[in-house]
Design a binder for this molecule. Structure first.
Ligand SMILES: *Cc1c(COP(=O)(O)O)cnc(C)c1O
Length: 454
């Protein structure tokens, strides 16, 4: 019988990240500049430091994790893998359900796995200061923590509505020494332009990215850090799946299906890609493996978007990336899973989805909270609203197993805890949570503005 909590020793923290780019069936589509030509490295060097760009463009399968990064990882890694026996019993399913708990990090999510790596790689490249954006504050707090660990000042453009409505993550950032400003600001041209037209603009992730990128390009010694989407971020997050593989090995099991919430794709890719590598390598155990990205029905990038070149931000400052997108000016409805409200998706996740090596489903908001509460009552941990998406999909599969009698091994990534999202739970308990209609018209309108490339 499988153990309830499978823990690894500090010495078992992976020594290398896994780069799925080495195993893609066809070469990845390069990022393009405004002229439709591949972006030159010197353009990218204005935004990111050399060591990060190297990882971003690498086709090496294994990339060493610097000792300094492993040392910080050891503050909370390896993270535990749990068997959700009480949830299985509650559902009456023959499925075995496992989850990797990334909420044990100081910031409470998987995001520090990349923030720490990015802060370190910037530090050794001579960066003097980092800028970034944050929505609800999960990424901003992770980067503030990481900057503090390596003595790098961090400025965070926080979407104004969240700045006003979510003081706790802002205070976490400030506790770790981060400087937090409410975006749009008058510190950048992008921000000033928007405020001039609309002084009460509540801000958006796309606007905040434009502000941070502009500052990285214009202020010497300052670089930009992004918390998801890009290849190097997915790379850093593979510590999740690499550890999980060792944990499954210890109990002699292998997952039949992997689920994770998907916003920009980093925790999904991080959890799933190391297993997908087995499948690509022809490993018998992975023959029938299915990896499922779970997104909100109100922001259905993979399931309803198009695979095309688009900007990563609202203003069009970033290079064009080939990805599934709902259009860069799509404004997703205000669901509580703020980390999943992004118009695009990781180019790596997008390509693998396009080539049918992974799957995706979309789930409505109320059902995700229903699943999250069920999980909290069975297993104790209160999941982040984003994580509730993966839980919903896992529970639905476990219930299918109950009907068919299949004892499948299901694995999901519990990307973070929900301790700072209790007001979302409050709305759920009060029956005030909405299931937004699939915003077909808004998506159509936004897709009409895709840059013309292909
Ligand atoms: C940011 C976040 C996500 C979504 O981001 P990905 O890059 O898709 O992983 C999911 N869960 C939590 C807890 C987050 O903070």
């Amino acid at each position: 019988m499988a153990r309830t909590r499978i823990i690894l020793d500090e010495s078992e923290i992976p020594t290398h990240w896994y780069n799925v780019a080495a195993d893609l069936p066809s070469p990845p589509a390069p990022p393009l500049g405004p002229d439709g030509q591949p972006v030159t490295p010197d353009k990218m060097l204005a935004i990111f430091p050399g060591p990060i760009l190297e990882q971003e463009m690498s086709a090496e399968r294994w990339i060493p994790i610097p000792d300094e990064v492993r040392k910080i990882y050891a503050l909370w890694r390896p993270s535990p893998l749990y068997r959700a026996e009480r949830l299985e019993a509650m559902l009456g399913t023959p499925a075995k359900i496992f989850y990797k708990y990334e909420g044990v990090s100081p910031a409470g999510s998987h995001k520090p796995n990349s923030a720490v790596a990015q802060a370190y790689l910037n530090k050794i490249a001579g960066t003097q200061r980092l800028v970034t954006e944050t929505g609800a504050g999960q990424w901003g707090s992770s980067l503030a923590l990481a900057g503090q660990m390596f003595g790098l000042p961090v400025r965070i453009f926080m979407v104004k509505v969240s700045y006003e409505q979510k003081p706790y993550r802002r205070l976490m950032m400030q506790t770790w020494g981060g400087e937090v400003v409410a975006s749009p600001t008058n510190l950048t041209r992008a921000g000033r332009d928007i405020l001039e037209r609309d002084p009460d603009n509540p801000g958006s992730l796309g606007i905040a990215i434009s502000e941070a990128v502009e500052e990285a390009v214009t202020v010497p010694g300052t670089k930009y850090a992004l918390g998801s989407v890009l290849n190097h971020v997915i790379l850093h997050q593979t510590v999740i799946g690499l550890e999980a593989k060792k944990q499954f090995e210890k109990i002699g099991l292998y997952p039949d299906m992997i689920f994770a919430p998907c916003g920009g794709g980093s925790n999904f890719g991080g959890a799933a890609f190391p297993f997908l590598a087995d499948k690509v390598a022809g490993d018998k155990r992975a023959e029938k493996l299915r990896c499922v990205a779970v997104e909100p029905a109100s922001c259905p990038t993979l399931t309803k978007g198009v695979y095309a070149y688009d900007f990563g931000d609202a203003t069009g400052y970033t290079p064009l990336m080939k990805m599934y997108t709902l259009g860069h000016d799509f404004m997703p409805p205000g669901i509580h899973a703020g980390g999943l409200r992004y118009h695009g998706d990781s180019p790596l996740v997008s390509q693998l989805y396009h080539e049918k090596l992974i799957e995706a489903i979309a789930v409505p908001q109320v059902a995700t909270f229903e699943a999250g509460v069920m999980f909290a009552r069975a297993e104790g941990i209160i999941p982040a609203p984003e994580s509730c998406h993966g839980i919903r999909a896992t529970i639905d599969e476990a219930l299918r197993c109950k009907q068919t009698g299949e004892p499948k091994v299901l694995f999901f990534n519990l990307s973070g805890h929900g301790h700072f999202d209790m007001s979302a739970y409050e709305s759920y308990f009060a029956g005030k949570l909405e299931d937004f209609e699939y915003p077909a018209e808004a998506i159509q309108a936004s897709l009409a503005h895709l840059p013309k490339i292909d």
